[in-house]
Design a protein around this ligand. Structure first.
Ligand code: ATP
Ligand code: MG
Length: 360
């Protein structure tokens, strides 16, 4: 079987990291297994065409097996009303394709300096599942602003939304290879149930879902407290599930604990669609200089193969995913070709060549 993959280079460093990852996918899977369909979208495309997510791009995304994106958003590109276009390409795709689970693995790789004390690779290995379609970000664009005196947004939590993301988190805990220090499978619910009604509901629905997963423990942490725990005892975690905004914040924190955004992968998944891209934004400060690290996008491409492999019962893809992860980690561990964000001098293109070489 061959798979249609929609690629969108996007903005800033997006084209560099996306093309680097396509090259790695081609090398790992061979040229006939993946059919890459290059599409347009993002802030720069909006500037040129007036469309952030063109209809033909949306149609291609709907019918593809998966999507691999660079990054989207450029400061200063605005809609006529003055609001930033930003990452709207992905926000729109999230809602149109119902990508309700944003999966962010937090794993310390060999060769990456851990900014926390002396944690070793293998000791930090957990996953944050961010609810991706409701919460505080659901009302984006619909908030109220009263002259220059008052502004509000609405935090939306629905039973259906929490049930599905909680089930996703529990299922993920069951399937995962990595385990927390004490060997107990667990889902930690991150909220502020002590302060807001909507978060208390989030917690209550997660607790109901947990009843049907006797083998996975449920655990609770307030969003403020978890920021300390993630620094002090990162080996405690297995899967963390969080409302949209809290998930956004703690997943960047988690990335910071294992080497930063340049090595953090991400998958946005729904029942029918999967969108894969590095956890970082378009980093316009280093765009076009061949200075970006393609690690995050390459690891996201590996997540894509794993997701496709599981959906289509294609063991070869699972093997290819593992080969990409191993090759990327091996290059980092060798310490000869080190990306700039990890303290080295390697260009994006040099790192890509090293990974291609490793795969061969
Ligand atoms: P967004 O709003 O889309 O989340 P952001 O404002 O959080 O974007 P990013 O684009 O994610 O910002 O990047 C923040 C900084 O991190 C960048 O300015 C850049 O210096 C660094 N950075 C991000 N991604 C990479 C990468 N792949 N390689 C090297 N440095 C990176
Ligand atoms: Mg960000």
């Amino acid at each position: 079987m061959s798979y249609d993959i929609v690629t969108i280079d996007g903005d800033g460093i997006g084209p560099e990291v996306c093309q680097a990852s396509i090259a790695v996918l081609r090398e790992a899977c061979g040229s006939d297994r993946l059919n890459f369909i290059a599409c347009e979208g993002g802030a720069l495309h909006y500037q040129r065409s007036g469309q952030v997510l063109p209809d033909d791009t949306l149609a291609a995304c709907r019918s593809a097996h998966a999507m691999l994106h660079g990054a989207a958003g450029l400061p200063g590109v605005t809609y006529p009303d003055g609001t930033e276009v930003g990452n709207d390409l992905h926000l729109r795709l999230r809602f149109k394709l119902d990508l309700f689970a944003n999966v962010r693995p937090i794993r310390l790789l060999r060769g990456v300096q851990c900014p926390l004390k002396d944690w070793q690779p293998g000791q930090i290995d957990y996953v944050i599942v961010r609810e991706n379609t409701e919460g505080l970000y659901a009302s984006r664009g619909g908030g109220v602003r009263l002259r220059d005196e008052l502004a509000t947004d609405t935090l939306v939590v629905t039973r259906k939304g929490v049930e599905r993301v909680a089930r996703f988190a529990f299922n993920l805990s069951r399937q995962r290879q990595g385990a927390p220090r004490d060997g107990q499978r667990r889902v930690t619910v991150c909220d502020k149930a002590n302060i807001l009604n909507s978060y208390a509901f989030f917690r209550a629905v997660c607790t109901e879902v947990a009843q049907t997963y006797a083998d996975v423990a449920i655990d609770y942490a307030y969003a403020d407290a978890i920021t300390v725990h993630m620094i002090k005892k990162p080996d405690f975690y297995d899967v963390i599930v969080a409302e949209n905004m809290f998930g956004d914040i703690i997943s960047d924190l988690g990335a910071g604990t294992v080497g930063g955004l340049g090595v953090a992968s991400s998958a946005e998944l729904g029942e029918h669609h999967g969108l894969f891209q590095g956890a970082h934004g378009s980093a316009p400060d280093i765009a076009g200089q061949d200075a970006a690290s393609p690690v995050a996008t390459m690891l996201s491409a590996a997540l894509m193969l794993r997701w496709l492999g599981e959906r289509h019962a294609d063991a070869a893809l699972l093997g290819d995913a593992k080969r990409i992860e191993t090759a990327v980690e091996e290059v980092l561990a060798q310490g000869l070709v080190v990306p700039a964000d990890q303290g080295g001098k390697a260009r994006c293109s040099e790192f890509t060549q090293a990974v291609l070489h490793q795969l061969r």
